[in-house]
Write a protein that binds this ligand. Structure first.
Ligand SMILES: *Cc1c(COP(=O)(O)O)cnc(C)c1O
Length: 429
């Protein structure tokens, strides 16, 4: 598979090169210019791991053998993605059964597998991963790479702006996982990471890679659970599927659009955002006008300049996705809480991110359609909020209970590039 840089089309790389470099010249994103044809009905009859191996092998092409890809998928996708019915025509695709209880485990763990292959292919001895997290990426990346030889991980997060339990999932590991609590918001953390990638000398010296959702391996991995969702829909309703995606950086939504481009029957996708509604406003009036990021209940979606949007634009420009196949819906704080209470009254306990997607879905769903909203995190990850909003206690799963009492090892810093650069150089011993 040949990928090209969306901003600098002359920069062409293979899949493994894209995995290792992360972000291209001029901060351009790598993206395929052609898509494989898949035998979708046959794929839908397969198991999750077998089907995902086929999809990823077709996307990657001959750079890795089918057996290699299957072994990577088996290691990465070691937990299910069940479709939990909420009503007759609505279900939640639960993507939170991995080790850090969020959908980012799928992308993070597959990327860890892909990076091993990329290091082998290019004889790289050591890689430094620098990533910004608005909550769940940090945990997924930290766990995926924890104690992996030849990899140092540096995670930036907005201090005090993510849930305490989210934070504990990645700041308590230590060893090759280094965490920096930045006194700023997520967009500022993301801007710092972009500065790192613009610093060519540093990138070369430390072999720096980003594990953000801009990494193509994460995006490819996420395509697979859309197929898993449709495979669980009763056959007579498969032509009527509408999927609502709680969106922040829009990696998840991009993966859904790619699944559709690959032939998966999805009638339409809904990009559901919180009050950080750059995309819903843009979709309506055509003006790209990010506001200052505001803090919301669905904090992993507090992003006003989503970094995967150029990939969505590329699919639109190539005519692969039509305007009527995508909707963009903003759900405010009041409706998010209302949505959680409505779900609870239907017997389904959820959390703010999924609740945003559920509300957007309910506003859009037509009679005869089958709606799926993505459950991107386990409700216990947002225990305080969920208990406050629903007024009833929820239990901590074992993964969270274990870290809740451990001390954070994060180091505080200002949003200052010079300070960050020094911290990174200190790792190169
Ligand atoms: C990261 C995250 C999102 C947003 O996903 P994007 O791919 O960045 O749009 C939504 N919900 C949760 C729980 C997340 O952690």
């Amino acid at each position: 598979m040949q990928l090209s840089n969306i901003k600098v089309p002359s920069q062409q790389v293979s899949f493994l090169q894209a995995v290792r470099i992360g972000l291209g010249e001029q901060q351009g994103l790598f993206f395929p210019t052609q898509w494989p044809q898949l035998d979708v009905p046959r794929l839908l009859d397969m198991s999750f791991v077998e089907r995902s191996s086929h999809i990823l092998a077709s996307l990657i092409g001959d750079e890795l053998t089918a057996a290699e890809v299957q072994q990577m998928v088996e290691a990465a996708f070691a937990f299910p993605a069940p479709l939990a019915p909420v009503t007759d025509d609505v279900a939640c695709l639960e993507l939170f059964h991995g080790p850090t209880l969020a959908f980012k485990d799928f992308g993070g763990r597959f990327m860890a597998q892909a990076l091993v292959k990329a290091q082998q292919a290019e004889n790289v001895r050591k890689t430094t991963i620098v990533t910004a997290t608005s909550g769940d990426t940090g945990a997924a990346v930290a766990h995926a790479f924890y104690q992996q030889p030849g990899v140092e991980v540096v995670i930036l997060f907005p201090e005090g702006k993510i849930s305490p339990l989210q934070e504990k999932l990645f700041t308590t590991l230590g060893k090759n996982i280094h965490t920096l609590a930045v006194n700023a918001d997520f967009d500022a953390c993301q801007a710092l990471v972009k500065e790192v990638f613009n610093d060519k000398a540093l990138v070369q010296q430390l072999n720096i890679n980003s594990a953000n959702s801009i990494n193509i391996s994460r995006l490819f991995a996420q395509i697979c659970y859309y197929f898993e969702a449709v495979a669980q829909v009763p056959a007579n309703q498969r032509e009527q599927v509408v999927i609502s995606v709680p969106s922040g950086n829009f990696g998840n939504l991009t993966a859904g659009l790619i699944a559709k481009v690959l032939g998966l029957p999805i009638k339409r996708l809904i990009a559901a955002t919180n009050a950080n509604d750059t995309v819903p406003r843009y979709w309506k009036d055509g003006l790209w006008a990010p506001n200052k990021t505001v803090a919301t209940l669905s904090n992993a979606m507090d992003v006003s300049a989503p970094n995967n949007w150029p990939r969505v634009e590329a699919l639109l420009a190539q005519g692969l996705v039509g305007r009527d196949e995508l909707e963009a819906v903003m759900v405010d704080e009041e409706d998010t809480q209302l949505s959680m209470r409505q779900l609870a009254s239907l017997g389904y306990v959820s959390e703010p991110h999924a609740a945003v997607a559920y509300k957007a879905l309910k506003r859009s769903l037509q009679p005869g359609e089958y709606g799926i909203f993505l459950g991107t995190a386990h409700p216990a990850k947002f225990k305080e909020q969920v208990e406050n909003i629903l007024g009833s206690p929820i239990a901590l799963p074992a993964e969270l209970a274990a870290v809740a009492s451990e001390a954070s090892l994060a180091v505080s810093m200002n949003a200052d590039y010079v300070q960050l650069r020094q911290a990174l150089l200190a790792l190169d011993k």
